[in-house]
Design a protein around this ligand. Structure first.
Ligand code: F6R
Length: 590
């Protein structure tokens, strides 16, 4: 949901800033803009992806060692040049980039309009430079004017602000939207996320809510809202800059799918730490998972695992719906939050509610993210940076953590042993990418898709359908195999593509019958099953053979095929799977 960058360097800032903001394009790509300071504010912005706007108006072509930039995911105001950030005050002396939502902007805007301020955009953000202008005109210096402004704002913000009067300085502030500081020998940085600054430095300070930052080329002061200085830890990032590059692949999504065997290995190495967390658990009589999107699907698999392996009543709640379920929380409930970014606003809000009554565990990919700082226990998924908007490798790493968690809670060594073999099996899966590419050709013009699975593999059907929707814009729906006959079967007609998940195991026979019901109504079936399955051999439709793996572990492998299927259909349709329309990777608005 929007990305911001700012830096004060010992050289012209624009080329570095634009390289940095490109690394945040996963957070939004509706529009982009940059402002630098010389003896004036120099501003360039436009709507569209960074590459296209840059080709048109040469964003790097402005002077100044101090600058700020923004990629936008529109909330207030459609994606136009006028609504693109940075936004300025009436005299273009102050310029601001903002990630978040100012909830009381209407009220502030009305007051400022009455006082004669002229607004150029429909955004909530524009009240900020006008408020700073107002306070500076009343005699406050830049920093104090920012402080006064922040005290008037309700909502979420990560801000970077420059002033014509103080060219070598950026003032930043954070509340409920992520913001980090990067410290380098050649200058200092502010950014929404680590990939933006990885090429420049590995020294990072994670900012907390209600902090104000003053950044110059050789100094960083971090203060509370009363401008009292604070001591902060410097963290060293272990991700390499290459991890945030495409490394020869056409898209980040494909690269990230190919990283899955390694991600499985890396995440499995967390086993001992997970065991340690488990050994400190109380006796819970109820477990809740809370998450959104793909992380919600990973949670659903957790529910099946806990119910079957541990017999503890478990439920999965969408983070955006969580507050309706808070009354039944108590200190015998463990609430598990699953999130790649660790910044999803709905999930963060739910965590704050849950903490009041229950023990909380977060399974997170991004180190230093807000959720890691709020939860009682944290497990890191070790997937490395995921840049493609559609979650792939991080989903798998979430699943590995959940399986490890349950295996340790259940003291199930056999399950732990089986998990150890998965990385190798996933490598085998990736060797048949060409087959999936071939299959995808048939579906360029498909309008609807269904995905069917039972038990542990029902959430995989949901996740397969979500991947398809996100990056191909084809309508996809996942169903529990047995549920189809209770309504959706009415939609099955000749040649409608249906993906059936049919691993061996106790659910096999029933799922097989459900698939027969679909086939006999003319559907075009894609079955994901096991090599040694003689029954599916008899079905004339095409087959994708997975390594032989039981239904309890199948979610960890079958999803790879579905990610690749969605990817190749997306490519055929000419869509950029890394930047699907209307989506952003880090959803920091509720
Ligand atoms: C789908 C996808 C989203 C996220 C969701 C939650 O591919 O990436 O559905 O899973 O926005 O994000 P996190 O996991 O960061 O909380």
């Amino acid at each position: 949901m929007c990305g911001i960058v700012g830096c004060v360097l010992d050289k012209k800032a624009a080329p570095t800033i634009i390289e940095s903001i490109k690394k945040l394009e996963y957070r939004g790509y509706d529009s982009v803009g940059i402002a630098t300071v010389t003896d004036k504010i120099n501003l360039k912005k436009g709507s569209g992806k960074i590459k296209d706007v840059n080709n048109e108006i040469h964003l790097t072509d402005i002077d100044g060692n101090t600058g700020i930039a923004h990629v936008r995911w529109a909330t207030h105001g459609i994606p136009t040049k006028e609504n693109a950030h940075p936004h300025c005050d009436c005299d273009e002396k102050i310029s601001v980039v903002h990630n978040g939502i100012i909830e009381n902007y209407q009220e502030l805007k009305e007051q400022l309009l009455e006082e004669g301020h002229i607004f150029k955009s429909d955004t909530d953000t524009e009240v900020i430079p006008h408020l700073i202008e107002k306070y500076m005109k009343e005699g406050q210096e830049f920093l104090v004017a920012v402080q006064s402004t922040i005290k008037r704002l309700k909502g979420s913000y990560a801000l970077a602000i420059i002033s014509k009067d103080e060219p070598g300085k950026i003032i930043g502030a954070r509340n409920e939207s992520p913001l980090i500081v990067g410290l380098a020998d050649h200058g200092n940085f502010l950014a929404s996320d680590v990939p933006a600054i990885l090429k420049e430095t590995n020294k990072v300070i994670y900012l907390d809510n209600e902090e104000i930052i003053v950044l110059t080329q050789d100094n960083v002061d971090i203060m509370d809202l009363e401008l009292n200085k604070k001591e902060k830890n410097i963290d060293i990032i272990t991700w390499s800059p290459e991890m945030a590059e495409k490394g020869g692949y056409d898209h980040f999504m494909l690269k990230e799918i190919h990283e899955e065997p390694q991600v499985i290995k890396d995440t499995l190495s967390e086993s001992n730490k997970i065991n340690e967390i488990v050994s400190n658990f109380k006796n819970f009589n109820r477990i809740c998972f809370v998450a959104c999107g793909t992380s919600y699907h990973a949670s659903l698999i957790g529910e099946y695992l806990i119910e079957t392996e541990l017999a503890i009543p478990t439920e999965v709640i969408l983070a955006s719906e969580f507050e309706f379920f808070k009354k039944t929380l108590d200190d015998h409930t463990l609430v598990i939050f699953i999130t790649q970014s660790g910044e999803t606003a709905d999930t963060l809000k739910a965590l704050k509610i849950a903490k009041e009554k229950s023990e909380t565990l977060a399974i997170v990919n991004v180190v230093g993210s807000s959720i890691t700082r709020e939860a009682d226990h944290v497990i890191f998924t070790r997937a490395g940076p995921e840049i493609g908007v559609a979650a792939t490798k991080t989903y798998l790493s979430q699943l590995i953590c959940i399986y490890l968690l349950v295996a340790h809670m259940a003291e199930n060594n056999e399950l732990l042993e089986k998990l150890g073999k998965l990385s190798e099996l996933s490598e085998e899966l990736l060797t048949r990418e060409e087959q999936i590419k071939e299959i995808s050709k048939k579906y360029k013009y498909a309008r609807d898709f269904f995905y069917i699975g039972r038990g542990f593999n029902y959430p995989t059907a949901l996740e397969g359908a979500l991947k398809l929707k996100e990056i191909t814009y084809i309508h996809g729906e996942g169903y529990a195999a047995g549920e189809l006959k209770h309504g959706p079967l009415a939609l099955i007609e000749d040649n409608i593509p249906v993906v059936g998940l049919l691993p061996p195991g106790p659910s096999y026979a029933k799922t097989f019958s459900n698939l027969q019901e679909i086939i006999s109504r003319g559907a075009d079936m894609i079955i994901l099953g096991s090599k040694d399955d003689k029954q599916i051999d008899m079905i004339e439709d095409k087959l994708l053979f997975n390594p032989v793996i039981d239904e309890i572990l199948a979610p960890l492998l079958y999803i790879i095929d579905l990610q690749l299927l969605a990817y190749y259909i997306s490519i055929l349709k000419g869509i950029d799977p890394d930047k699907p329309k209307n989506l952003a990777k880090s959803v920091t608005v509720q």
